[in-house]
Ligand binder design. Structure first.
Ligand code: 5RP
Length: 280
């Protein structure tokens, strides 16, 4: 276990130090990935961009504010950032910049919705966009990723490609590695995807940029912790988790428990105790 974790740390450090990267890009990445652990706990609260008032985020400010001290960065849309997050916050902001369809429409019909100028104005450390591999608009969304990387690199802003999120199709290693590798080939600096029980390691090994996992639909807390633990142990560089934190009966306990796994190498049982302690 330890050797895997050390390997991951070296891998992230190598990614930071030896890839030919502009200072600004490197600096932003070092605000996303904790320099000590080499990993990140991103709090995803962008769900409303296609789901509207998602369960757990209806009163956005009330839900998100208590979680901010424990998030390495906040994955959010510009509208919710401007209206619901105090500009005095020191939590790095990772901006979702794609959208278009609602949950009632064709989800793959996304385009870039937020400009690079806006991302800079909002002091974002990164921008994220979804690609829809194997879906109706796969070619356009993949081209959008390429265009976003072209623009973001002009300003030293890392791009997160989000893949397979929200889909009902089977998310096995074959599909996920196809999607993650395409994202990296297009120039994404990081990829968000799902964890899969079989061969997740292969996805990590065939993708040269850090992978963070989305949590997906709400599952029992211990199972969500186990998923985070397995993903980290198999090479993920962190999580970009939403529903399994903000829909928990104890969101603060849950994000603290996730941090303990991602940054402190705690076991699932140790992390679960952290979650339970906070509940009391
Ligand atoms: C929605 C997203 C979310 O940020 C992503 O799904 C992470 O949230 P969750 O852990 O709830 O799946 O990109 O498209």
């Amino acid at each position: 276990m330890d050797s895997n974790i050390n390997h991951n740390k070296v891998y992230i450090a190598t990614f930071f130090c030896y890839t030919k990267m502009d200072w600004g890009l490197k600096n932003r990445l070092s605000r996303i990935f904790n320099p000590k652990s080499g990993k990140t706990v991103m709090l995803a609260v962008d769900h409303g961009y296609f789901q509207g008032p998602t369960t757990g985020l209806k009163d956005f400010k009330k839900a998100v504010e208590p979680l901010l001290p424990y998030a390495d960065c906040l994955f959010i849309t510009r509208g919710m950032l401007r209206n619901c997050v105090d500009a005095n916050t020191d939590v790095p902001i990772f901006l979702r910049v794609s959208g278009g369809p609602s949950i009632l429409g064709e989800l793959s019909n996304e385009d870039i919705t937020t400009s690079m100028k806006e991302a800079i104005r909002l002091n974002a450390v990164g921008v994220g966009l979804s690609i829809f591999v194997g879906e109706k608009n796969e070619d356009r969304t993949i081209s959008n990723l390429g265009r976003l990387v072209n623009e973001a690199e002009e300003y030293g802003i890392p791009v997160l490609a989000i893949t397979a999120v929200g889909k009902e199709m089977e998310r096995d290693a074959r599909y996920l590695s196809l999607a993650c590798r395409i994202a990296a080939e297009m120039g994404a600096h990081m990829v968000k995807t799902y964890y899969c029980k079989e061969d997740f390691k292969q996805i990590v090994e065939s993708c040269p940029v850090p992978i963070v996992i989305a949590g997906g639909k709400k599952i029992p807390e211990k199972e969500a912790l186990q998923m985070a633990y397995d993903a980290i142990n198999e090479g993920a560089a962190g999580v970009d988790m939403g529903r399994n934190i903000f829909q928990s009966d104890n969101p603060v306990g849950m994000i603290k428990a996730i941090r303990a796994i991602v940054h402190e190498k705690k076991s699932v049982d140790e992390a679960y105790k952290i979650y339970e302690k906070e509940k009391k």
